[in-house]
Design a protein around this ligand. Structure first.
Ligand SMILES: *Cc1c(COP(=O)(O)O)cnc(C)c1O
Length: 367
């Protein structure tokens, strides 16, 4: 093989010097760095998925249902709020959902705005679709007020705004009034408002979902995923709810048959067994609340969390703390924010391993 460097390839100019998404993948006993659901998959659900996949295996010589009608029916039923299959779209993870939306509503000469720190994939998806990324700012404590957001939108007039609620990495959800005000701000120039609700099922208040704002708001898109609460990160299934015209719009850019029959079968089986799957959500919320409580007792400053992770500050040197935890076999996330780390609420044992290791770190680093 001839060795050739990336720089030697005829790359698109706007991709030169970029880095791919890169949360470290390190094989350690306690992996709580990418907000997966770490609870074991209930046996009954494993059986159901296996049966459903086996039944489509005989048809894999054919292309799958391009419109994934059954899956859209199940997703609409799950979301409620009067939604029908015409309001629903799905793809291989909500990352692909966002990519399709950026392809349709962004592109060369257009921009997408989000408010940092936020999900690190937004700028990467923007660059992949040749859309300018505008990094809006938050307040000192990482919150976002309607006044500030609307002013920034007014200043830049982006074609798309992405609101991550609850926000990753900080964990806190936006008030519906804030989302409404931002939507109105975007409508002044007919822009699209996307609310990324990847962690909606973990919210402190379930009534806070932006799905309630959908009626009468044709430029609003709410994205969800089965990667977190449904413990299905490996299956790659994300979806959105919006006006039917928005689903028609993404049909213009989706690859034909983009959702494999295996993916559709897996997601349908999981949705039909959602009661068993989502049973772990309550335990995860308990572990999350326990993390917040215990970090406070250690003198650290965890943010309010509506998600399955906790973002906390108060560390003198977050890189040293990250390394100490890793040496103890606990992998958490350093988002590069001074004095802060992010940890996923895992099982009770994983949470204990994290808290024990961090407590020991604080004791030794203080002495
Ligand atoms: C984890 C996460 C997703 C999920 O992405 P998938 O592609 O569905 O796995 C989306 N948005 C945010 C903010 C996330 O943290």
């Amino acid at each position: 093989m001839h060795d050739i460097n990336l720089e030697d390839l005829p790359l698109r100019d706007d991709l030169r010097g970029r880095s791919p998404y890169g949360a470290p993948m390190i094989d350690v006993p306690v992996t709580i760095n990418v907000n997966e659901n770490t609870h074991p998959m209930p046996d009954e659900v494993v059986q159901a998925i296996t049966r459903e996949v086996a039944s489509v295996a005989t048809t894999l010589n054919r292309y799958p249902d391009r419109e994934f009608q059954v899956l859209r029916e199940e997703l609409a039923r799950y979301l409620g709020h009067g939604l029908t299959p015409e309001n629903i779209w799905a793809a291989n993870g909500s990352n692909e959902i966002l990519q399709q939306l950026f392809q349709v509503f962004g592109g060369p000469g257009r921009s997408v705005m989000s408010f940092v720190p936020t999900y690190s994939m937004y700028p990467l998806l923007a660059s992949g679709t040749n859309t300018e990324f505008i990094a809006g700012v938050r307040d000192e404590d990482f919150t976002l007020s309607a006044e500030s957001a609307v002013q920034q939108i007014e200043d830049h007039r982006p074609e798309i705004v992405v609101l991550c609620s609850p926000n990753n990495p900080t964990g806190t959800g936006l008030e519906l009034e804030t989302i409404e005000a931002i939507y109105e701000g975007m409508m002044r120039h007919r822009g699209i408002t996307i609310v990324d609700e990847a962690y909606a099922e973990f919210a402190q208040d379930h009534k806070k979902t932006a799905l309630r704002l959908l009626p009468q708001r044709p430029h609003l898109v709410i994205t969800r995923t089965m990667s977190k609460a449904f413990a299905l990160a490996g299956a790659r299934l994300g979806y959105f709810a919006a006006a039917p015209a928005i689903t028609d719009a993404v049909r213009l850019v989706r690859l034909p048959y983009h959702l494999s029959a295996v993916t559709q079968a897996t997601a349908v089986a999981a949705l039909r067994h959602r009661q068993q799957l989502l049973a772990n959500v309550d335990d995860i919320r308990r572990q999350r609340d326990r993390i917040v409580r215990e970090l406070k007792a250690m003198g650290l400053t965890p943010a309010v969390s509506d998600s399955n992770f906790v973002f906390f500050g108060g560390l003198a040197d977050q890189q040293a703390a990250w390394k100490h935890l890793l040496d103890d076999g606990v992998l958490v996330r350093d988002n590069g924010i001074q004095g802060h780390l992010r940890v996923t609420a895992g099982t009770e044992e994983e949470t204990t391993a994290f808290l024990t290791s961090l407590k020991r770190y604080l004791q030794t680093s203080a002495s």
